[in-house]
Design a binder for this molecule. Sequence first.
Ligand code: SF4
Length: 387
Amino acid sequence: MPLPTFSALERARACAASAVLPKVGSSSSAADRGSAMHLYAALYMKSASEASALLQISAEFRDDCRAMDLESLWAELTGGKASLKSGTLYVELALAWCPSADDVRVLGELKDRAYGDLPQTHFCGSLDYAVVDKPTGRGKVLDVKTGDKVTNVDDNGQLRAQAVSLADAYGLETVEMVVAYERGGSWWFDRYTADSMDLAMWASDLRDSAREVFAAEKKHAAGKTLNVSIGEHCRYCPAFAACPGQQQLVQQMPVLLAKVPADVDALVPVEKLGQAYAELQKYKRVIDAIEAEIKRRAKDEPIPLPGGGVLKEVLTSRESFDTDAALAVLTAELGEKKARQCLSVSVTKASISRGANGESKRIVDRLREAGAIKVTTTASFKELKVK
Ligand code: SF4
């Protein structure tokens, strides 16, 4: 079993068993959307042509891709310049780093993250974007996230492994790390610059993680039950179905549920509410995982339900128009004026940024002053750190 990939490292740091237990691959619409947006951004960065990049994206995700403000992403990579001032930009650069020997391998700009037959002894992974400037000894790694917020960039196992590997591969002294969050086409950046002290310390942490994974692997091979650590990191764990900790929770669930009515009164003291919420999240993760697995199987074959019905996947299609292609046809058929009447126009911060040539902030401020921005407030509950 090879060591975990960079992207699985954050979880392996919290629970080494997750790198060892059998994995079940699964996909979701959110994951497919994320993959499409990663691919689109990568194609755009390489060819700088939106039209040709869009052609390679599945139709259902084209609107999401089109809405992405890729110029801001490009500016983040180049330090706000139109092109890289110095250094080389790599897209999907795959690296492999060995914790027990002075060995780092540059596997190249790989398609589909096909790492081939890597030695068991290497952490490996693909960097969404990397900039290497050997003469100055500086580098940059940028990782795109289209889903949930992840651990802060300076404490993030994935980004730390990327930075250490890039520095070792190219002899760099400092590496700027960036997590780029996509939110409705716009970006929010979490940044940190790692110096040589950080990099040396994180390399040592990586060696510790490797030792823990190898120890768990040895225990697993001997047929012993692994120690696991349940937490928020379990949410997308591919070893969820084989996890002894989750299986134990499933067994305890009926007992917990039987206690709920009797415990409602006991929830009144506020400190108990927090405890109850934390407990509930543990069980919710198990329930969500079981439900996802049932739905995955129902895709292959309808599942008979106790009431006589079946659970099956139902596909619903919704037609939508590709604006650019539709406008060309409408103009040819109806003339420009009527074609424009057929359009429904929407304005987003991403579209302003695309059209405003670096003046988007000033223009958004103007729009705000003119009362042209409507604020809609929605309520949600978040777990926040108390400082
Ligand atoms: S599901 Fe199990 S194996 Fe995976 S991270 Fe959680 S505790 Fe570890």
